[in-house]
Design a protein around this ligand. Structure first.
Ligand code: NDP
Ligand code: GUE
Length: 269
């Protein structure tokens, strides 16, 4: 694109506060942008900033023609209205796919969202590319968050799986997961899914990315998923590891959404 029309895609990231995990994720995203030639813009606001300050930053990115994708790193501090802030991102630049209109279109038959959330899209892509049949299969998704669990369930339904949702109020979750051909986790609880939660031969996609204290590691913590990998590997026919599974591909999907958005903006095909 740079050679053909002299333009670069641009991704803007907004971070509020100083959460260590958010800082890590943002560092990974900016590094990936640099590697592939996407211009990156970063705004860091203090933990105690106001909604208006955040919305001003988003508005300036909405109007900036060099920015094609805008990410508000989640979670936001408690005092902020996440929905109002995510709503402020222009639909055309919502590369995370978190805008209610994009989520709504994902949920409705016959409609196509401009962007689909990255981690759920990775989940489907990994299943398809690994030759896992989704049509007519039983899938259990643990978690129903707007950024991961809910869009994953919607996408699996679009691919004609029969989907059960497991959440914090679900009684005996292992009864549901142990019947599923495909188990996807977006929970945030390390090692929650044990080997006996799974049916023999199930396919497991672990989206959990949890930082666990570990003094033996250089940074003082290590990354682990929601699934007890050592147990699951003996039961599952296929499983994504953490680290090195869904996470890094999510970043590629984000870059791909940003490139698509820039192409749309410049009418470049
Ligand atoms: N690889 C990637 O790119 C991404 C990874 N993630 C990772 O996924 C994990 C979840 O993140 P996120 O979705 O933002 O988290 P949220 O806290 O928003 O959602 C967690 C979900 O898990 C459910 N839950 C919590 N505890 C339990 C439990 N004991 N049993 C069953 N369900 C439970 C909650 O249920 P309820 O709704 O009832 O409260 C909720 O729906 C994190 O580790 C995060 O890092 C997230 C996004 C992208
Ligand atoms: N607006 C917004 N968009 C997001 O996409 C978003 C978010 N908020 N909030 C948090 C979750 C989490 N998430 C991850 C991204 C990369 C890895 C990743 O690259 N993980 C590496 C390891 C990372 C490490 O070493 O710390 C791996 O699993 O191998 C993980 C998780 C995106 N999220």
């Amino acid at each position: 694109m740079k050679n053909a029309i002299g333009k670069l895609p641009g991704l803007a990231v907004l971070l509020v506060g100083k959460r260590r995990d958010s800082q890590t994720f943002i560092r990974i995203k900016i590094k990936a942008c640099n590697e592939v030639g996407i211009a990156s813009f970063i705004a860091e606001l203090p933990e105690d900033c106001t909604e208006d300050e955040i919305i001003n930053v988003i508005s300036s990115y909405n109007e900036n023609p060099s920015v094609h994708g805008i990410i508000v790193q989640l979670p936001l501090p408690q005092h902020l209205d996440q929905e109002k802030i995510v709503n402020a991102v222009s639909l055309e630049k919502d590369v995370d796919g978190f805008h209610p209109t994009n989520i709504g279109n994902l949920a409705m038959r016959g409609r196509e969202p401009l962007f689909i959330p990255c981690a759920p899209m990775v989940c489907i892509e990994l299943l398809l590319r690994s030759g896992v049949e989704i049509i007519g299969k039983k899938a259990a998704v643990i978690g129903r968050s707007q950024i991961a669990g809910l869009p994953t369930s919607l996408l699996l339904q679009r691919h004609n799986a029969t989907v059960s949702t497991v959440h914090a109020f679900t009684k005996n979750p292992e009864q549901i997961t142990s019947q599923a051909d495909i188990v996807v986790t977006d929970v945030g609880v390390p090692n929650m899914v044990r080997g006996h939660w799974l049916k023999q031969g199930a396919v497991v996609v672990d989206m959990g990315t949890n930082l666990v204290k570990d003094p033996s590691c250089r940074q003082g913590y290590r990354v682990t998923g929601d699934v007890c990998f050592e147990e699951a590997i003996g039961v599952a026919s296929a499983i994504t590891p953490v680290p090195g599974g869904v996470g890094p591909v999510t970043i590629s999907m984000l870059l791909s959404n940003t490139l698509d958005s820039a192409k749309r903006a410049y009418r470049f095909t």
